[in-house]
Design a protein around this ligand. Structure first.
Ligand code: ADP
Length: 284
């Protein structure tokens, strides 16, 4: 009997890339929903949005994990203030294999990142693509996640080999795209949108980060990089707008202190981000 006969997605997968049999499952846990956060390029706030989403979900009472797949610029441990800690590497039951004990944040979010597995935080990773993708897959499969409602993946930026392999080997069911206003209508953002669509991953929408600054005196929102609104940009891209997020220097201060979880409470745009994302996702 072929594997297809017993597959729960029989007749729905259409392409080989969507074959559920090809996707790995975590060995030490059960994950209900996996959401990837991606961007066309680095430095636009992808990790920040990952951290905000995970924090908001945890504050809503969900069990949350974060997989930091941005191997060359892993910043999730810093966001959560756990960068001085190390994840435990424990011998697994099978010979010559290990499992990873994720580091748990003050809100109970389970985080795994290469920066938590290397001896020192500033050790650079000088590996080539196939090794990186193998390690990422191992971080997903061999981490002791336990039961999770949501795993949020901070994806490698762009449409390169590593991002593609993550999307093909991990059953990501929704994708959030992050951009700054000046790149919203650019080719690089379109490329990640098309990549997600081709792989049949539901595109939940786009976050316009650093969209405006808010005047401390009068509360006026001043758009600094583009006169067009996030809504206009999203319409052009033909994807839902999840949130327009401000340049938030208080958030930066808290992130620098590793206390972002404390700060992310009921800021209007963060609430909107979670509400709109869950609306689009309508997960399990
Ligand atoms: P990426 O993951 O896309 O490379 P990061 O989330 O690491 O981007 O953000 C890049 C830099 O921009 C960081 O220094 C971060 O603190 C800052 N940043 C991101 N979003 C905001 C924001 N809304 N307001 C102010 N600074 C921000």
């Amino acid at each position: 009997m072929s594997q297809c006969d017993t597959c729960k997605s029989k007749g729905q997968c259409k392409t080989k890339e969507n074959c559920e049999n090809d996707k790995s499952l975590p060995k030490y846990g059960k994950i209900k929903n996996i959401i990837g956060v991606i961007s066309g390029k680095g430095g636009v706030g992808k990790s920040t949005v990952t951290g905000i989403l995970a924090t908001k979900l945890a504050k809503e009472g969900y069990k949350v994990g974060v997989l930091d797949a941005d191997i060359t610029g892993p910043s999730m441990p810093r966001f959560f203030g756990i960068n001085t800690k190390r994840a435990d590497i424990i011998p697994a039951e099978a010979e010559n294999q290990v499992k990873f004990e994720p580091v748990v944040t003050s809100l109970g979010i389970k985080v795994i990142s290469l920066n938590l597995l290397t001896e020192q935080e500033d050790e650079p990773v000088i590996w080539r693509g196939p090794i990186i993708t193998g390690v990422l897959n191992q971080m997903y499969v061999d981490t002791m996640w336990g039961e999770l409602d949501y795993l949020i993946i901070d994806m490698p930026p762009g449409t390169g080999d590593v991002a593609l392999t993550v999307m093909q080997s991990i059953p990501v069911s929704g994708m959030v795209v992050v951009s700054t206003p000046q790149n919203m209508v650019s080719m690089i953002v379109k490329k990640v949108i098309i990549m997600a669509q081709k792989l049949n991953i539901k595109l939940l929408g786009v976050v316009e980060n650093m969209a405006y600054v808010e005047c401390e005196k009068c509360g006026e929102k001043m758009r600094i990089f583009s006169k067009k609104s996030g809504k206009e940009h999203a319409q052009y891209l033909n994807v839902p707008l999840l949130a327009e997020m401000p340049v938030d220097l208080d958030l930066v201060e808290y992130m620098d202190k590793g206390k972002a979880e404390e700060y992310i409470n009921s800021n209007e745009s963060y609430d909107e981000l979670l509400k709109n994302m869950l609306n689009e996702y309508k997960g399990n």
